[in-house]
Design a protein around this ligand. Sequence first.
Ligand code: NAP
Length: 364
Amino acid sequence: MSEGTTIAVVGVGLIGGSLGLALKRSGAVTRVVGVSRAETIDRALSSGAIDEGVTYEALEDGIGEADYVFLCTPISRIIELLPMVMGAAAPGSVVSDVGSTKQAISDVARAHRRADVHFIGGHPMAGSEWRGVDAADPFLFQNAIYVLTPDDDADDASVDGLAGVVSSTGARALILDAETHDRVAAAISHLPQLMATTLVGMVGRLDAPEGIPLKMAAGGFRDMTRIASSPYEMWRDICRTNASAIRECVSGFRDALDDVVSRLEEDELATDFAFAQSTRAEIPTDSKGFLSPLHELRLMVEDRPGVIAEIGSALAEAGINIKDIEVMKVREGEGGSLRLGFGSGEDLASATRLFEARGLRVLT
Ligand code: NAP
């Protein structure tokens, strides 16, 4: 990337704020302009997520000098704002978005295309349960897959430029077409969300003495339904903008489940279990996916010998098992952060209390 790169972030929330922080930290951009509500702008300025900010009324001014514009609002709002953003973007600039579904957004961009502005959709596959700029995290995208969905006729230099920008956050750029993205996302993210939500709802309504089903529900049920705690706000837009792929997926899953159920008593499920086991073993563990498999926290630590040993000992004394540990980029003399994964929400809560009591900064 050339020096003097300006980016504009429209909607400075968890993802937009994290982009601002990560890009500034990487040195890949020199100026981040935020477009948000006045209150958000104030918070984003004080956390350093943006260098300057304007409200939505001044959107055209906010994005007019940007080399890259990232639309980071909820999907429905991205769709509303995109025509105006395409109209106001600087000649030669790249407009992108971070929405969790891609086809509906790409369709709008195509309808408002300009020869001198390049639209390339994007989806950073990283997130958290938290919302808003206060939850923004400069390390959110480290090791995460960042899908880019350029049209077939997209300008190669713009795609390379955007891939360079998103990679500088520590993410890994993956180029896909929007239709494939949405179909895969339906299978590995949207269907599991609806399954978890429906399953927990069904158990919650089971005809059994009050409280008993949930008391009995542990292990597998808990693991499989963690995402049933997701807030609906983001999922409303995802369901609306990917309804046909989700329907197709649900129908395929129903057929597969019916097939398994029809063979329940015939001792014929060994191959189904074996195939599932081997397929699951292929899920990469070194990158974040749509579903985070563990209960994780990030811990800000000093850059000095013995830090990891102290953390490990403290957890061992408290009987808390570390399921996964990752040293995020350590910044010489400045400290760094560790990502720790635990097997349960209880362990995560105990570890958080333990670290906070020691004065360490914990992000969950
Ligand atoms: P967020 O923390 O709620 O941030 C969205 C920001 O958009 C808000 O801070 C808000 O700032 C602004 N906004 C504008 N119009 C809004 C409206 N009608 N309702 C709510 N906020 C509005 O959400 P996020 O998690 O960053 O998600 C932003 C986008 O990233 C979504 O399109 C989502 O699909 C995508 N995404 C999310 C995740 C995830 O796990 N969270 C992962 C990947 C992609 P102002 O109040 O200042 O306007």
